[in-house]
Design a protein around this ligand. Structure first.
Ligand code: NAD
Ligand code: UGA
Length: 456
């Protein structure tokens, strides 16, 4: 039986290894993490992350060929292939603060692999890393004169939260970067290809050199985020000209060269990766002296910040330029539907700005309230957290929809309206509600990138 270890039991490590365990019954998979609470959660009925279909998948394999452990060293000793899926956040200190990737967790893991290996192993970069990181990892691992050799592969993950299981089961492509110039490098690539070939059609498994693979991951996220910033920039122009951004998106998306996906105007993109990976790309470009390229990609993040401010600006302007002491109910705090993840959620920026304007906030969300409480801890006395959306809305001057939870579309809006202060404002930061119907009920409705519906 081949043994696989994954270091890092987070949003990527857990689901990815669970899928490999299901599809490759001949492999023994261990997921190891230094966080004992996380590992205990992976061993329980209450997994540490909320992801549709994940619990069923984990339960199918757990204890058979899928194991969770805090003993990273033992895992390393046993493993033939080691995936590393630790966090690579934006650096918050020193050189490159606010831009570069913080690689301290990765380097620590590399040194731990070295310390616990007495035979050759394949080390797979699963985390998203700056281009040419494998070079540094190889220098740490392949100590001159040592008999133990490590092959470093890049195998970035493209899953999106909320649809992780679907994405893992039917990936658009699996990308594997390796050193194709040596026999050992080619063998390592083939070993990893063989894992995925258990369920991914061979033509969807793409092999490249390591640097292309590392760079492709950053570029994929940059392109996806760029589409959102592009359509969001147009939403501002649509609001100014009474065009409808959704009609524009449909019209341009029908051009097969543009395509319809990722053109939903919103309050702004969130999530742990888009901003972090673009800033990292910008930092790398500056490192190579490519300042025009850096500026170009930086503008994607700047438009996103602008969109979040603009959204709050519109709330303020519509509500007679003051929200001091007004109860405002924020519907949804997660960065997208079907996840409890709030990392870089636009809700944080929106809530902070509303609080700066001295609104009285109540936040509701079906999965993200524990994280929301942590994110807004410094405003604890001015924010209420309410799991029941009807209680959240009672007495509110405005409902502000930040996350497109499908259950919000089925709310009894008449009941919500009846319980609110009047005029009752509704801001749809996701354009996912029935605006005409809401207007008929009596709400003043403010969507993104289309004319407001107001009872004047
Ligand atoms: P995460 O923070 O959820 O998980 C990382 C885990 O690594 C944590 O549980 C942490 O305790 C553990 N860890 C850190 N140092 C460790 C060490 N020395 N030994 C053992 N465990 C250690 O992060 P994530 O969201 O899973 O992201 C991981 C990587 O994957 C990042 O580089 C991210 O950019 C990338 N990625 C994330 C997503 C996503 O949807 N979240 C998608 C694609 C790629
Ligand atoms: C994204 C990518 O889609 C994944 O391929 C990638 O693996 C992952 O980042 C990563 O590297 O972490 P994720 O952030 O989980 O996945 O979710 P997305 O569906 O991409 O949404 C990101 C943000 O953009 C969300 O806030 C979402 O609401 C927003 N969005 C998305 C829009 O505002 N408009 C759209 O049309 C699409």
């Amino acid at each position: 039986m081949k043994t696989i270890l994954c270091i890092g039991a987070g949003y990527v490590g857990g689901p990815t290894m669970a899928m490999i365990a299901k599809k490759c019954p001949g492999y023994k998979i261990t997921v190891a993490d230094i966080n004992p609470a996380r590992i205990a959660a992976w061993q329980s009925e209450e997994l540490p992350i909320y992801e549709p279909g994940l619990l069923e998948l984990v339960k199918e394999c757990r204890g058979k060929n899928l194991f969770f452990s805090t003993d990273v060293a033992a895992g390393i000793r046993e493993a033939d292939i080691i995936f590393v899926s630790v966090n690579t956040p934006t650096k918050t200190f020193g050189e490159g603060a606010g831009m570069a990737a913080d690689l301290q967790y990765w380097e620590k893991v590399a040194r731990e692999i070295l310390a616990n290996s007495d035979r050759d192993k394949i080390v797979v970069e699963k985390s998203t890393l700056p281009v040419r990181t494998a070079e540094a990892i190889a220098r740490i691992l392949n100590v001159p004169g040592s008999k133990v050799r490590f092959e470093i592969l890049s195998n970035p993950e493209f899953l999106a939260e909320g649809t992780a299981i679907e994405d893992l089961e039917k990936p658009d492509r699996v990308l594997i970067g390796g050193n194709q110039t040596t026999e050992a490098g080619r063998r390592a690539v083939e070993e990893l290809v063989a894992v995925y070939a258990h369920w991914v059609p061979r033509e969807r498994i793409l092999t490249t050199n390591v640097w292309s693979s590392e760079l492709s991951k950053l570029v994929a996220n940059a392109f996806l985020a760029q589409r959102i910033s592009s359509v969001n920039s147009i939403s501002a122009l649509a609001e100014a000209t009474e065009a409808d951004v959704e009609e524009v998106a449909r019209a341009i998306g029908m051009d097969s060269r543009i395509g319809p996906k990722f053109l939903r105007a919103s309050v702004g993109f969130g999530g742990s990766c888009f901003q972090k990976d673009i800033l990292n790309l910008v930092y790398i470009c500056r490192h190579y002296g490519l300042h025009e390229v850096a500026d170009y990609w930086h503008s994607v993040v700047k438009i996103n910040d602008y969109q979040k401010s603009r959204f709050v600006g519109r709330i303020l302007a519509s509500m007679f330029n003051t929200i001091v002491g007004k109860r405002i109910a924020v519907f949804g705090f997660a960065f997208k539907a079907n996840t409890g993840d709030t990392r870089e959620t636009p809700a944080i920026a929106v809530c902070r700005k509303l609080l700066e304007e001295r609104a009285a906030l109540v936040v509701t969300d079906p999965a993200a309230l524990p994280n929301a409480k942590k994110d807004l801890a410094d405003f604890a006395d001015r924010v209420a957290f309410e799991p029941d959306p009807y209680k959240a809305a009672a007495g509110a001057h405005a409902l502000v929809f930040v996350t497109e939870w499908p259950q919000y579309q089925k709310l009894d809006f008449q009941r919500l309206y009846d319980s609110m202060a009047k005029p009752a404002f509704l801001f749809d930061g996701r354009n996912f509600l029935d605006h005409e119907k809401l207007f008929e009920i009596g709400f003043d409705v403010h969507p993104i990138g289309k004319p407001s519906l107001e009872h004047k």
